[in-house]
Design a protein around this ligand. Structure first.
Ligand SMILES: Cc1ncc(COP(=O)(O)O)c(C=O)c1O
Length: 378
C-alpha cells in the first residue's frame, strides 16, 4: 500500500535515471521524454553545466536564511531583470508561491482588492492561486473560494471592459494557457487589456510559470507581443528541476514589499540558485533562443505533415516548444498509448495532447516522437 495521499493519478513508470531527453525506468525500459517534468527540465535531464554548479554550491553552504546577503540571489535577480526588462525580484519556491507573492504585491501596491483572471487559466494549488484559477475542477470541494477573483473569457474584450473597474488591483493571465489546453491570448486582445488595466490604475501580472525560461523561443512569452507587465511570475524551468520560483516587478512597487511585508524561509535557497544561474546563463542567450524558435517551427511542421490526414486531429497549436495537438475527443488514451511505445507526453485540458520537449531536443528525437504520435493517432 502506498503511504502517499493519492493526489496524482500516477503512471506505471518508476524512474531510476535520466539524461537529456531520455529517461530509464526500473525495468530498464528507456523513454523519450517530451514532458520535461512539465516544462521544468528545459535543458534536458541533469545538464552538465547545472550539475557542476550545484555540486560546487553543495560543497560551500546549503542554507543560511534571508537575513544574510546572498550573492547568488543578486546574480540571478540581475539575470532575470536583464532578460525581462523589469527591475526587482522576490524569490519563492514554486509557481504557486510566486503567484501568491504577485497577488499580495498587487493588492498592497494599489490598495485595491479585486484580481481579474481568465476561464481555463491555471495559477496553482494554494488557497489564493486555486481561487485565481479559472477552472471549476480545481476548486471542487474546497469552497467557498476567496471572493477576490473575477473571471472573464480569454479574448472576450466586452467582458473584460465590463469587469475591470476602480477596485481592480490587477489583471492576471498566461500568454498561452498551459494546463487549460494550450490556448493563446490574441495579440490585440492582450495588448488592449494591458492598456486598459493601466488606464484604470490596475496592475498587469503575467504568469510565465509554464511559458517562461525560453519555452516559447523568447526568455518570456509576453515578449512576443511587446506587452508591458508590472509583475511577471516564473518557476518551473528556472532551476532545471531544483525548486525555485520568483516574481520580477517594476521598481515603483518596491515600497509595497518593505521589510516584514512578505518572506519565505526557503525562498532563494543557494543550491537552487546555483542551478538557476547556470540554467539562465545557457537559456537567456539570443542564439540559444533562436534555435528554440527554429526547432519549434520544425516540430510543428513535422506534426502538420504527419498528422494532417489523421481524422482525430483538429489542429496543431502553441509557440516554440510548447505544442498542443488538439483532438476531436479525449486526449488521455493517446498519452497512455504513446507511453507504451516509449514516448512520454502530457494532456492539456481534456482534448489536447501537450508536447514539452527539452529545449535541447535534437532533430532525430523530434522525428522519433512524430513517428510514435503518427502511429498511435492513426
Ligand atoms: C501557468 C502556471 N502557473 C502556476 C503553476 C503552479 O506552479 P507550481 O506547481 O510550481 O506551484 C503552474 C503549474 O503547472 C502553471 O502552469
Amino acid at each position: 500500500m502506498s503511504h502517499l495521499f493519492p493526489t496524482y493519478a500516477r503512471w506505471d513508470v518508476t524512474p531510476v535515471a535520466a539524461k537529456g531527453a531520455w529517461l530509464t525506468d526500473n525495468s530498464g525500459k528507456v523513454y523519450l521524454d517530451f514532458t520535461s517534468g512539465i516544462s521544468v527540465c528545459n535543458l534536458g535531464h541533469v545538464p552538465d553545466q547545472v550539475k557542476q554548479a550545484v555540486e560546487e554550491q553543495l560543497n560551500q553552504f546549503w542554507h543560511t536564511s534571508n537575513l544574510f546577503q546572498i550573492e547568488l540571489q543578486e546574480e540571478v535577480a540581475a539575470q532575470l531583470t536583464a532578460a525581462s526588462g523589469l527591475d526587482l525580484v522576490f524569490f519563492a519556491n514554486s509557481g504557486a508561491e510566486a503567484n501568491e507573492a504577485a497577488i499580495k504585491l498587487a493588492r498592497k501596491a494599489t490598495g485595491r482588492s479585486k484580481i481579474i483572471t481568465f476561464f481555463d487559466s491555471f495559477h496553482g494549488r494554494t488557497f489564493a492561486t486555486m481561487a485565481a484559477t479559472g477552472q471549476d475542477k480545481i476548486k471542487t470541494g474546497f469552497g467557498p473560494m476567496l471572493p477576490t477573483f473575477e473571471y472573464v473569457s480569454l479574448n472576450d474584450w466586452k467582458a473584460l471592459e465590463q469587469t475591470l473597474d476602480e477596485d481592480t488591483a490587477a489583471i492576471m493571465f498566461e500568454v498561452i494557457q498551459g494546463e487549460g489546453g494550450i490556448n493563446s491570448g490574441e495579440a490585440e486582445f492582450l495588448q488592449k487589456a494591458v492598456e486598459l488595466a493601466h488606464q484604470k490604475g490596475a496592475l498587469v501580472i503575467i504568469d510565465e510559470v509554464q511559458t517562461g525560461i525560453g519555452r516559447t523561443g523568447k526568455a518570456f512569452a509576453f515578449q512576443h507581443l511587446g506587452l508591458d507587465p508590472d509583475i511577471v511570475s516564473t518557476a518551473k524551468g528556472i532551476a532545471s528541476g531544483l525548486p525555485l520560483g520568483a516574481i520580477i516587478g517594476k521598481k515603483e512597487l518596491a515600497t509595497a514589499f518593505s521589510p516584514g511585508s512578505h518572506g519565505s524561509t526557503f525562498g532563494g535557497n543557494p543550491v537552487a540558485l546555483a542551478a538557476a544561474k547556470a540554467t539562465l546563463q545557457t537559456i537567456f542567450n539570443d542564439s540559444f533562443l533562436d534555435e528554440v524558435t527554429k526547432k519549434g517551427a520544425a516540430l510543428a511542421d513535422m506534426l502538420e505533415t504527419a498528422l494532417s490526414a489523421v481524422p482525430h486531429v483538429k489542429k496543431i497549436k502553441g509557440k516554440g516548444l510548447m505544442i498542443g495537438i488538439e483532438l476531436d475527443g479525449e486526449a488521455a488514451p493517446f498519452v497512455t498509448a504513446a507511453r507504451e511505445k516509449g514516448l512520454l507526453i502530457l494532456t492539456a485540458g481534456t482534448h489536447v495532447l501537450r508536447l514539452l520537449p527539452p529545449l535541447t531536443v535534437t532533430k532525430e528525437e523530434m522525428e522519433q516522437a512524430v513517428d510514435v504520435l503518427a502511429d498511435v493517432l492513426k
